[in-house]
Write a protein that binds this ligand. Sequence first.
Ligand code: NG6
Ligand code: CA
Length: 503
Amino acid sequence: MKKVFLVIVFFLSVSCLWAQSQTNTQPNVVIIYADDIGYGDLSCYQPKNRVKTPNTDKLASQGLRCMRAYTSSATCTPSRYSLMTGEYAWRKNGTNVLPGDAPALIKSGRQTLASIFQKANYQTGIVGKWHLGLGGAEGADWNGEIKETPNDIGFGYSFILAATGDRVPTVYVENRKVVGLDSKEPIQVSYKEKVGNEPTGRENPELLKMKPSHGHDFTIVNGVSRIGYMAGGKAARWIDEDMADIFTQKAVKFIEQNREKPFFLYFSTHDIHVPRMPHARFVGKSGMGARGDALLEFDWSVGEIMNVLDKYGLTENTIVILSSDNGAVLDDGYQDKAVELLGQHYPFAGLRGGKGSIFEAGTRVPFIVRYPAKVKKGVSHAKISQVDLLASFATLLGQEINQNEVKDSQNQLNALLGKDKKGRELVIQHAGTWAIQDRTWKYIEPSNKNKMNVDINIELGNNPEPQLYHLGKDPSEQENLADKYPEQLKRLVELLGKVKQGS
Ligand code: NG6
Ligand code: CA
């Protein structure tokens, strides 16, 4: 009897130790997701840029710098939707750029990138921009307990800005509450009519420290006129110049507090989206105006994350992925001299289009993977789509995915870790119309929408005729070969049709 007991004790201890060693070897994961940083904005992608990003360059030199990585859409909300859900945003209505009072797009309990980690016993957190809506059908209750937040879809902790820096309400939300709200001064938000008596950019432009170039002329907060009307909540309003410091501090603290356990952090910076209002210590430092200064601020945030990982000996076993939600844009609605002061800086890296475009500069983005324990340093030309992060991490963590919801995410773990040199067979891009590309060819579906976004001076890539480009020989999509290569065209049209049907 005693013998049997000892044998049981022995097996129990061995399995306990085994479980513990499993947990200890599970890598931490940090996704640093920039806003509007283009394929060529970081000096590790464009060494001749006048603005240098030394921390990001160091991260890249210690890991894998991917040259063919894509967001699935060319603006923020749809890209983030597919990153989180593993489903292309165009399969779901209402996934265009959301206003600040939009209800939650991803409903409670849905499987997400974050819930995969949570299920695998990770501590999970988001710090930074959300832009996927909050609250039930009527939107968020800014003055009470907010329902349908990131906390309902896999994040144990959240500290977010609901939409964008240029949209009201200009307050932070921590878990389910607006931070620093004085209940005597409730927040009102409207995107339809004026609420309260506060000045707007349209009526009182003399009050502005940052003037709009198009749109952005509603309620003035902190000297900047925004999209949408807001009243109340004065004590809770953010100061744009402190935003990167606050987000970075919160991200660092999350890592410090969870350093003993495996953790997943989605650190979604506001930089370098408009309004570009970096802290005084970055102002004037790039010689390129606010856009360049915001890039320096972004790079500083990256450095702080690297420092805290080093400080606690976490660097080796932490996967850091750095990417962006869409391609570059210069003047995005404020007079911040992004165009005039650009000089020798190459945000588009010679690619056609930019933010909002179906051409390459809309969705091809920087993508760096650093994981010293497992990923060899170097450069990768494998085709990567951000929609694949969900299935790839599910594979890494041994988690099942819900095939009914996670429709488009493929397991591309080996491409992410640099072991597979090819990656995705086909990449799907969306920006009003669709594009599909294999290793060599790219087809853009005909569209009668505008060819140009004249406000931001970006070619959208829409054309009533089918477009076919040989990306191998013509990466800047200059020569439409649709008439010359009808078989290639037909092949890609059919392949795209199949992807679109697969809903
Ligand atoms: C556009 C805004 C632009 C930016 C963008 C969303 C105007 C004139 N332009 O509508 O400034 O906010 O939406 O950017 O309002 S994103 O990166 O969040 O997709
Ligand atoms: Ca964006």
